[in-house]
Design a protein around this ligand. Structure first.
Ligand SMILES: Nc1ncnc2c1ncn2[C@@H]1O[C@H](COP(=O)(O)OP(=O)(O)OP(=O)(O)O)[C@@H](O)[C@H]1O
Ligand SMILES: [Mg+2]
Length: 1045
């Protein structure tokens, strides 16, 4: 009951189906009463009637949106949001493409309604950055298109001068993906002319009012509207409308849609150019032939245009003032009259603007189009120019009204005709409701052969002189008896005189009223011709955008084929539109205009009554009342509601019809509410349907919970099982590891214990045998090991083989100290032996000599140290070589050990004389160097001893035995430069020959024996000087001092 309350409880009735009694007056009264209480929306079933309030109402707030979101259509006050919500939900949940048809005459509020629908859908259809961007783009396309396509008319300050159908595309979740906009026939004649009290398209005023000074300067525009011919040379700012602010808004909107600054700039440049074209004035001239021609009156406008679009002035001037005609494949340039010139100029302006508008739509579409190929659901919103009747109606009004006629036909077909036909088809008892079918008017206009548009085309294409009069005459002839056609001719034929129908006019009785059309301009507008010179000139411009608008201007692509006429183009696009609409689920918003003065709160009965009549609202209510609110094929119906009954859920085995019957009986739906057709079930009131829907929703929620619960249960179970499995796997592995470790430990312990026990047992067993020597054996074993280790260690750690290196590693253990010392010695000796082994015999002999010298002198005589460096040469005289010494050589031959020069000290005075000193194996021979004959020969056995000093001198005394042959002369005091060698050799030879060692005395005092007695020799150390040492000084007869250092 609650559902109905909201419809009854408000002012009047919310749904006209509930109106009682039902008549035109009560219907009007109901609308009026509701309007007076600002209830502007009323339903007829699910059709919304909207009465324009002409004032802002507080019923479009976000709160209201929330209120209507997912609401029950009949549970809330009638509102445009409710129908938008219903359509959106139907699209999202039932997967049905939707279209929203907004109809009504100009100023009835269609555009506003379409915006409200769009903003509602945008508010409820999902959120997210990407979605919001799509929404913004879709919404922002509106102000841009309105700026270029809307204008103030007498009826409406923001009248749509183009038709717009926008398909918004959604994904399966109901989130918007993008859209496509189709536009229909822009009223381009407005660019060059508008009647007094109206305005040109908004954009011109917005640009002039809102463009910055710099922008206007760059576009070469004056801010004052009165400067421009196409703006009627009058300032027509609209009260309550801020053109400047709107200009800023559209710039922002274009940015949001994705226009680049360069594109925006180009767009404005072309717009400015159109405006300037209106200021190009033509002057008439007469050529020499007397023919009229035209020329540019003031070249400023042309110059500015050409600068703006990058075109040589001459080209544009020529295109505006002349025309190239091709006759018999020859090109002839014809001068144009002023009228022709103006016509060409205006045609150019209209064409540019029209093409610019189409470009704008295409460009917006590029940005909002959906790229993905996934299946989409579509919601189309149609906002087309409303039906209009002006004082003077032309071709534009004709096509606009034709379009409205077609929309009315859709409405009639879908809500009145189709519905009633369906009842009959389905075998439902039905009393037909009469209604006016406007198909007859539609075919009057669009019939392929005998339609007004077809005849206009025919007239346009006909060779010969084509005038509107011939066209009108033809119409009057063909439609002489047509109920919906009138002209002077047909009136005359019927003897009717109606002064309101002027000569060049015909009248069509449209569904919404009689409209008188003036045929003037019909042919020209239908032809929509632009002189080729002009399109070619435009193509030559450097301005990219402008150039792209005139592809046919390219001489290479120029085609002689006539472009389709405006009428046939429009008809084709309307046919496509209709096809599109028929393929979708329609939702109607029927807009009503309450008064002609755009005044809030004023409800002009007559005006509304006319609209109620021609909109067929009463018939609509009647059909709705008698009919059924809802119908659906048995199968989809069963599919949709089968979950409401145990018999049909989850599967119904019988036929669909029986299933639906069983279902509805089970649900106790009153039989009066239902009618079973051949293929469909009909439900009378929406309440029953909503009741079913509510129950379904609850049940779906239940089922969803069940599915959720089952799924969650399954998910938790599988998760649990997975966890359990993992846990088992982990613990098995862990236990395995632990056991392995334990086993390893136990095994090693067992082995240890075993070893102990076995050892213990063995020890016990063999104690008696081994006990006494065990420790020694062990110790020996250990020692052996240590020694072995020591030796092995030594092997790798031996000191270098250099003989002088006495280093040796220290013993690692004390007990090895002696051994180590021995080893050190052995190693050293071995090292020396190795060294010795590699010595040559000569070197060996030399070293032996040196060794002998060291034994004799080391630490005893200072000279020894010096001798170390000298090698012992033995033969210093060169006896063999020198012939002078031949005698000596002969004496010593084969036995010579040493030959050298010595100084002999005179015993008497201490002076020295040189002597040759030869040591042979048996003798010491002294010889005079000059004579080179042996002077003294001493047998080695006569040498008693030798005395030397401690110092570094070469002084020595050769003490002889007293019995020696030379003994008579006594001992020899000699000085040798090779003392060490000499004595060493002497010692060695003596030892060799006599097997006696040489007695060597190192002393500071010794006595010498001479024939004349002994002399005591004292060695005196002197300070170092350069004098030759030793110096022997006789001190008295028995003393001699030898000075050495
Ligand atoms: N719901 C509304 N609330 C407030 N004002 C409205 C509403 N609907 C329409 N109007 C007013 O009516 C004017 C005309 O409405 P709109 O432009 O939508 O008419 P239309 O049917 O599109 O006309 P046309 O066929 O000429 O384009 C709007 O500019 C606005 O001032
Ligand atoms: Mg509009």
């Amino acid at each position: 009951m609650e559902a109905n309350l909201s419809l009854l409880d408000t002012v009047g009735v919310g749904d006209l189906v509930l109106l009682d009694p039902l008549s035109e007056e009560s219907l009007l009264q109901n609308l009026k009463e509701r309007f007076a209480h600002q209830e502007i929306y009323t339903y007829i079933g699910n059709v919304v009637i909207s009465v324009n309030p002409y004032q802002p109402l507080p019923i479009y707030s976000p709160q209201t949106v929330e209120e209507y979101r997912n609401c029950n259509f009949f549970a809330v006050k009638p509102h445009i949001y409710a129908i938008a919500d219903d359509a959106y939900r139907s699209l999202r949940d039932r997967n049905k493409d939707q279209c929203i048809l907004i109809t009504g005459e100009s100023g009835a509020g269609k555009t506003e309604a379409s915006k409200q629908v769009m903003s509602y859908v945008a508010a409820v259809c999902g959120k997210g950055e990407e979605v919001n961007q799509v929404k913004e783009q879709l919404l922002q396309s509106n102000p841009v298109l309105e700026a270029f396509g809307n204008a103030k008319t007498i009826r409406n300050d923001n009248s749509s001068r183009f038709g717009k159908y926008m398909d918004v595309e959604f994904d399966f979740k109901g989130e918007p993906l993008g859209g496509v906009i189709s536009n229909y026939l822009l009223e381009k004649s407005r660019v060059v002319r508008h009647i007094k009290g109206e305005r040109n398209f908004h954009i011109f005023y917005q640009l002039l009012a809102g463009g910055s000074d710099q922008l206007l300067r760059e576009l070469k525009l004056e801010r004052d509207c009165r400067h421009y011919g196409y703006l009627g040379r009058e300032d027509r700012s609209l009260p309550g409308v801020d053109d400047a602010a709107n200009f800023r808004a559209i710039q922002e909107a274009m940015k949001v849609i994705g226009f680049s600054p360069a594109e925006m700039r180009a767009l404005l440049e072309v717009t400015a150019m159109v405006l300037k074209l209106g200021n190009v004035q033509l002057d008439s001239q007469f050529q020499a032939s007397g023919m009229e021609s035209c020329s540019i009156q003031d070249t400023r406008a042309v110059r500015e245009i050409c600068e703006l679009i990058g075109l040589p002035e001459r080209v544009l001037e020529q295109a505006l003032c002349s025309r190239t005609v091709e006759a018999k494949q020859e090109k002839v340039v014809m001068a144009l009259t002023v009228a022709q010139g103006c016509y060409g100029r205006d045609a150019l302006a209209k064409n540019i603007y029209n093409r610019l508008f189409n470009w704008l739509v295409t460009r917006i579409n590029e940005n909002i189009k959906v790229d993905s190929s996934e299946r989409r659901k579509v919601m189309g919103v149609l906002d087309i120019y409303g039906f209009e009747i002006f004082q003077n109606n032309s071709f534009e009004q004709f096509v606009i009204n034709y379009c409205n006629e077609k929309l009315q036909q859709v409405f009639i077909m879908m809500t009145l005709k189709e519905e009633q036909d369906e009842y009959v088809r389905e075998g439902i008892q039905w009393t037909p409701v009469d209604f006016f079918d406007n198909s007859i008017i539609c075919s009057l206009i669009e019939d392929r052969q005998a339609g007004i548009l077809a005849m206009l085309d025919e007239e346009c294409l006909r060779p010969g002189l084509v005038t509107e009069e011939t066209f009108l005459a033809k119409l009057s002839q063909v439609f002489g008896s047509h109920k919906h056609y009138e002209s002077r001719a047909t009136q005359n034929a019927r003897h009717v005189t109606d002064a309101s129908l002027a000569g060049p006019c015909f009248r069509v009785h449209h569904y919404a009223g009689k409209v008188t059309y003036n045929v003037l301009g019909f042919v020209e507008k239908n032809n929509d011709l632009l002189f080729r010179d002009l399109s070619q000139a435009m193509w030559k411009a450097q301005h990219e955008l402008l150039r792209s608008l005139f592809p046919e201007g390219d001489p290479q692509k120029a085609s002689l084929r006539r472009p389709p006429t405006a009428g046939s183009q429009f008809k084709a696009s309307v046919t496509t539109l209709m096809k599109n609409l028929y393929s979708k689920n329609p939702n109607y918003i029927r807009c009503i205009k309450p008064n002609d003065n755009k005044e809030p709160g004023v409800f002009t009965d007559g005006l509304v009554q006319t609209q109620v009549r021609y909109l067929g609202l009463l018939e609509n209510v009647r059909v709705r009342r008698a009919g059924y609110a809802y119908r659906q094929g048995y199968k989809p119906c069963l599919e949709r509601y089968k979950m409401l009954c145990k018999q049909t859920w989850p599967k119904w085995k019988g036929g669909a019809r029986d299933g639906v019957q069983a279902l509805l009986t089970n649900l106790h739906v009153p039989t009066a509410e239902l009618a079973y057709g051949h293929t469909k079930i009909f439900i009378r009131t929406p309440r029953t349907l909503f009741d079913l829907e509510d129950r379904r929703q609850l049940r779906v929620a239940e089922l969803a919970s069940l599915i959720q619960a089952t799924y969650r249960g399954w998910k938790c179970r599988t998760h649990y099982q997975q966890m359990r499995k993992s846990q088992i796997a982990i613990s098995a592995w862990f236990r395995g590891q632990a056991q392995q470790k334990r086993y390893g430990q136990m095994k090693s312990s067992a082995l240890l214990i075993q070893a102990y026990i076995r050892g213990w047992k063995t020890r016990k067993e063999y104690k008696k045998y081994f006990r006494s020597g065990a420790s020694t054996t062990l110790a020996n074993f250990i020692y052996r090991r240590l020694v072995q280790k020591f030796f092995l260690g030594l092997r790798t750690n031996l000191p270098p083989m250099v003989v002088t290196d006495r280093s040796w590693p220290t013993a690692p253990y004390k007990f090895l100290a002696n051994t180590n010392e021995e080893l050190k010695k052995i190693f050293y000796l071995w090292k020396c032996k190795k060294y010795q082994d590699q010595l040559t015999p000569q070197r060996k002999a030399l070293l032996q000599d040196k060794l002998c010298a060291s034994e004799l002198f080391k630490g005893k005589k200072t000279l020894y140290a010096k001798s170390l460096q000298q090698s012992f040469q033995g033969e210093y005289l060169g006896l063999r070589k020198n012939p002078k010494y031949r005698a000596l050589h002969t004496v010593a031959e084969g036995k010579l050990v040493l030959a050298d020069t010595v100084q002999k000290v005179n015993r008497a005075n201490g002076k020295t004389v040189p002597r040759l000193f030869l040591l042979t194996k048996n003798h010491v021979i002294l010889a005079d160097p000059k004579a080179a004959q042996p002077k003294t020969v001493v047998s080695l056995s006569d040498i008693q001893r030798v005395s030397v000093t401690r110092f570094s001198d070469g002084f020595f005394v050769l003490h002889l035995n007293e019995i020696s042959t030379v003994g008579t002369k006594g001992d020899f005091l000699l000085v040798s430069d090779h003392l060490i060698e000499l004595i060493t050799k002497l010692h060695q030879t003596l030892l060799e020959t006599t097997a006696k060692t040489l007695k060597l005395q190192v002393a500071d005092e010794f006595s010498t024996q001479f024939s004349k007695g002994s002399i005591a020799i004292r060695i005196v150390e002197t300070a170092k000087n350069n004098g030759v040492v030793p110096v022997c000084k006789k001190k008295g007869s028995h003393k001699m001092e030898v000075l050495v250092h």
